[in-house]
Design a binder for this molecule. Structure first.
Ligand code: SR1
Length: 363
């Protein structure tokens, strides 16, 4: 065991991104450097496990999707936490191809990663490999995908709350009546959970009428949703709100509303946030008026911390659920908030250092 204070200086520098290729999948490896200039660190509460101190821990991050603000920020958070904990993070993405993600997962098991984080995915394609890994005793964190085994830590955002917050804003603004366009694609666990709330919301608010449902998830989700939304809004001229609980959906909806010149008639209620999203929400006459969100990079950090704890044999609850906050256009404009750093400063509950806290971490 080596005391973290001694190591602190070497934990702070440099992402070494090595581009590699395996089975047509781009894989990046983020590793901590062996040395770095001195820097001040906070006192840790515990000693660093030897394998971490030696930089010998490999965690595979196996992703279903990687494009879009949410997934980029999430990865940046995961990489930053891996660097801080001296973990080598081996990142692969199925780029929306579920078979490719399943292959990447099989490969991570074969290559004996110290832990595996599965980031999104469809149950039927990832659960067989998750089961193999769990049976082999590999520590697992499953983010936004049902792992099908209690042996894996299930990490989610509180998706029911995300939908409730956004729909609460929609209801307050509409008075609970009016035609609504809904953006949804089934099969993605977080979207399915948000859909449960939407289904209940419609029952509880009979004045709300879903006039159309659209949605697509691909490498250019926002522009595909924009095209669909334009057609749906032209076919349904009475729409006064759009429920679009994923930022790529909300961005696409905003493009459509602006192109049709309907900003004074239609408001958008979304999910997620990024600096680019804040720009869209706060621009003059923007229809996107509220978003319910966590800080995606904070969630990526938590995934890596949970994996680190499992590797060290530390207890982690079977479920980690990260609470969201409602962020409104008014709040951003009034607060002069232009980026994620300013937002997390103004809404400190978006940062959750006590979730999966690593006792040997410097801060
Ligand atoms: C396609 S699923 C997109 C969602 O995954 C994450 O949970 C984000 O919140 C995003 O909305």
């Amino acid at each position: 065991m080596i005391h973290a204070r001694l190591l602190g200086a070497s934990l702070l520098l440099g992402v070494l991104a090595l581009a590699g290729c395996s089975q047509g999948t781009s894989t990046t490896t983020t590793s901590a450097p062996s040395s770095a200039p001195a820097a001040p660190v906070a006192s840790p509460a515990a000693s660093v496990p030897a394998k971490f101190a030696a930089g010998g821990v490999r965690v595979a991050l196996v992703r279903q999707l990687s494009s879009g603000d949410y997934f980029e920020q999430w990865l940046a958070g995961a990489q930053a936490e891996a660097q801080a904990l001296r973990i080598t993070l081996e990142v692969s993405s199925g780029d929306g191809n579920n078979d490719k993600q399943a292959l990447n997962l099989e490969q991570a098991v074969q290559q004996k990663a110290d832990a595996i984080i599965v980031d999104h995915g469809f149950a039927d394609t990832v659960q067989p490999a998750i089961k193999k890994a769990a049976d082999a005793g590999v520590p697992l964190v499953a983010f936004d995908v049902d792992p099908g085994t209690p042996k894996a830590v299930a990490l989610t955002q509180d998706d029911h709350k995300i939908a409730e917050l956004a729909l609460g804003a929609l209801k307050a603004d509409t008075g609970g009546t009016g035609d609504v366009l809904y953006v949804y694609v089934s099969g993605f666990a977080p979207l399915d959970r948000r859909n449960e709330v939407w289904t209940r919301f419609k029952k509880d608010n009979p004045g709300i009428k879903e006039v159309a449902q659209i949605g697509v998830v691909n490498n250019s989700t926002a522009s595909a949703v924009a095209d669909q939304a334009k057609a749906a809004l032209q076919a349904n001229p009475g729409v006064k709100a759009i429920f679009a609980p994923y930022d790529e959906f909300a961005k696409g909806a905003a493009i459509a509303v602006k192109e049709l010149g309907l900003q004074d008639q239609i408001k958008i209620y979304g999910a997620d946030v990024s600096t680019a999203d804040i720009g869209v929400i706060t621009e003059p006459n923007s229809p996107w008026v509220a978003t319910a969100t966590t800080d995606p990079s904070n969630v990526g950090r938590i995934a890596v911390r949970a994996a680190a704890l499992l590797v060290a044999g530390e207890p982690v609850g079977p479920e980690l659920k990260i609470p969201p906050a409602l962020v409104t256009q008014k709040q951003l404009r009034d607060g002069g908030i232009a980026n994620i750093e300013q937002l997390t400063g103004a809404v400190p509950e978006l940062t959750t250092p006590d979730v999966a806290r690593v006792p040997w971490a410097a801060s």
